[in-house]
Write a protein that binds this ligand. Structure first.
Ligand SMILES: [Zn+2]
Length: 137
């Protein structure tokens, strides 16, 4: 079970080094409900993904490359998969398995930070002269 207690306040876990930890059995079955913060973060991610897709898909970018929390490897997520994963999680569905697309070509995927920077720049440019007035003399 993934419960985030502060380790220093807890007695040592008797199963800490035991690969047969009985709690591990529940990993796939117990889903804790999302907190409001988590829900808001997901909503924000979903809005961002939609925006990124709008900007980058026309340029040939197929999706986002992200390091997987489970296996620490880079996975490539297509736009539709990102949108449906986030929507599923928002609706308290099961957290989707990290499933790389079939034989993705890394050249067509960019990191999340790239998307965020791109979207920021696009917003800034689209605001036009108003922005200059604010900063200029
Ligand atoms: Zn993985």
């Amino acid at each position: 079970m993934s419960v985030d207690f502060d380790d220093s306040l807890m007695p040592p876990d008797p199963f800490a080094d035991d690969p047969e930890d009985p709690a591990a059995l529940f990993d796939d079955e117990v889903d804790e409900p999302l907190s409001d913060d988590e829900r808001n973060a997901l909503r924000e991610d979903l809005a961002n993904v939609r925006r990124f897709r709008e900007l980058l898909e026309p340029r040939g970018v197929l999706g986002v490359a992200m390091t997987c929390d489970d296996c620490q490897e880079l996975h490539y997520y297509d736009w539709p998969i990102l949108v449906s994963n986030l929507s599923t999680m928002l609706n308290d569905g099961p957290v989707p398995v990290h499933e790389p697309g079939a034989d993705p070509d890394p050249d067509f995927y960019v990191p999340w930070d790239y998307c965020a920077g791109y979207a920021d720049a696009a917003d800034w440019l689209s605001r036009g002269p108003r922005t200059f007035r604010k900063w200029g003399r």
